[in-house]
Design a protein around this ligand. Structure first.
Ligand code: NIG
Ligand code: FE
Length: 407
């Protein structure tokens, strides 16, 4: 960006504010963005003739979304499984019959790396149309040394030229590949002995995650992956208590993980363990909606217990084929009982906190990136209300317009 910018005629200005430790809904606000894309000043009557103007047309402005849980590196979609689920098969039955994560891993390993990169690029572009300006992105559909490294390298390479900020997570422990189905030890040795050291040496990942679940990675297997990951300096995230509470949440607390994600089956002891630690609960309402479940994570209860609940899409080809944070906000309100303002905080500041990046994103405050959405309506309640499509009007990343709705 070459010019300083003044954003004026903002209708409603809605953001988390670190001083108030709460969301604020303000009017008559203007915002100056420095040449480097950082918010320089927020206040009233900031007008100065030398500034380039962004006219917000009296519409709502919010921070860009931080999607703190996504799986965008996959080779093929799995709409056949959607049909099977609608016809009565469960997610577990489909996985046991060779579908699910294993099917995705087969496709990715056999696939063409250039084509994979083009597909991932297409998905990265699409996040921005929904107002998302920062994502966490996981590997986990490779499940071999070569394909896991390829997945992370693709994310790294694409991020260099992309407007989206991408934080990478190594999820080699997403499932046991077919070859190691009866030899879990050998696959864990491969993760710990080969994948993790290579990833750390190449700086390919910020975090390490494990799918800790009955029938996937046991508690002990999860620990065996995450302890060495932590010693290598990676932040820890865990897919925990999605279907059965086998202790993943308590392990997250013990390892001082950044987040524990899913949590549909979390117990009162689990909530207590999160309270005692700094682990952020990341809940994924679109996943349960997409799986046709009536059971959702107890986000309301966790919020009332004082936990900084975050929400995310869980974008993946099996259990959540959506990149829409506005849709996630709608489901968080309707299915989990969060208010629109709480859900917005969960999708911005709390999500950034789960990644430990609130110093630069997650709220519109002086000194942070000017990552924001101008909405095609006036009031924040419109975000969950205008369902499918939710009218994102313009999206700015670091003060630069990166998307605009065109009829
Ligand atoms: O977060 N729960 C584990 N992993 C993904 C699902 C992956 C898939 O079905 O491909 C999730 O929901
Ligand atoms: Fe996930």
């Amino acid at each position: 960006m070459s010019e300083k910018i003044l954003v004026k005629n903002i209708g409603e200005f809605v953001t988390y504010n670190e001083k108030c430790r709460d969301m604020i809904v303000a009017e008559n606000i203007e915002m100056i963005i420095a040449k480097n894309g950082i918010i320089e000043e927020i206040g009233t009557d900031l007008y100065s003739p030398e500034l380039k103007i962004i006219d917000a047309e009296n519409k709502l402005i919010t921070p860009g979304f931080v999607d703190a849980h996504t799986h965008p590196v996959f080779y093929q979609t799995r709409e056949n499984e959607f049909e099977m689920r609608v016809m009565g098969k469960t997610y577990h039955e489909i996985a046991a019959a060779g579908g699910g994560i294993k099917a995705s891993a087969r496709k990715l390993r056999e696939g063409n790396p250039e084509l994979l990169k083009n597909r991932v690029k297409k998905y990265l572009d699409r996040f921005i149309c929904f107002g998302t300006t920062t994502i966490e992105a996981k590997s986990g559909y490779g499940l071999s040394v070569e394909s896991e490294l390829l997945s992370l390298r693709i994310l790294k390479e694409l991020e260099e030229k992309h407007d989206l900020d991408i934080y990478r997570t190594f999820l080699g422990a997403h499932e046991f590949p077919e070859k190691y189905q009866n030899d879990h030890e050998a696959y864990i040795d491969l993760i710990v002995g080969e994948m993790l050291p290579k990833i750390a040496r190449e700086g390919l990942s910020d975090y390490c995650d494990v799918f800790c679940e009955e029938g996937v990675f046991s508690l002990e297997e999860t620990r065996r992956v995450l302890e060495p990951a932590k010693s290598l300096g990676l932040g820890i995230r865990i897919h925990a208590d999605e279907f059965k509470p086998i202790g993943g949440v308590q392990l997250a607390a013990k390892l001082e993980a950044h987040s524990a994600d899913h949590l549909i089956a979390i117990t009162d002891e689990g909530i207590h363990a999160l309270k005692q630690s700094g682990v952020v609960p990341v809940v994924l309402p679109a996943t349960m909606f997409f799986l046709g479940s009536e059971k959702y994570a107890p986000a309301r209860k966790m919020w009332d217990a004082g936990l900084p609940v975050a929400i995310a899409t869980d974008f993946n080809p099996g259990s959540s084929m959506t990149q829409s944070m506005p849709f996630v906000i709608t489901t968080a309100c309707l299915k989990m009982g969060l208010t629109p303002l709480e859900a917005l905080q969960a999708a911005t500041f709390n999500a950034a906190h789960s990644l430990r990046i609130t110093r630069s994103v997650g709220s519109l405050e002086e000194g942070k990136w000017a990552d924001f959405i101008i909405w095609d309506f006036e009031h924040y309640q419109g975000i969950p209300y205008f369902l499918a499509p939710q009218p994102v009007y313009k999206v700015y990343k670091k003060g630069k317009k990166v998307w605009e709705f065109n009829m």
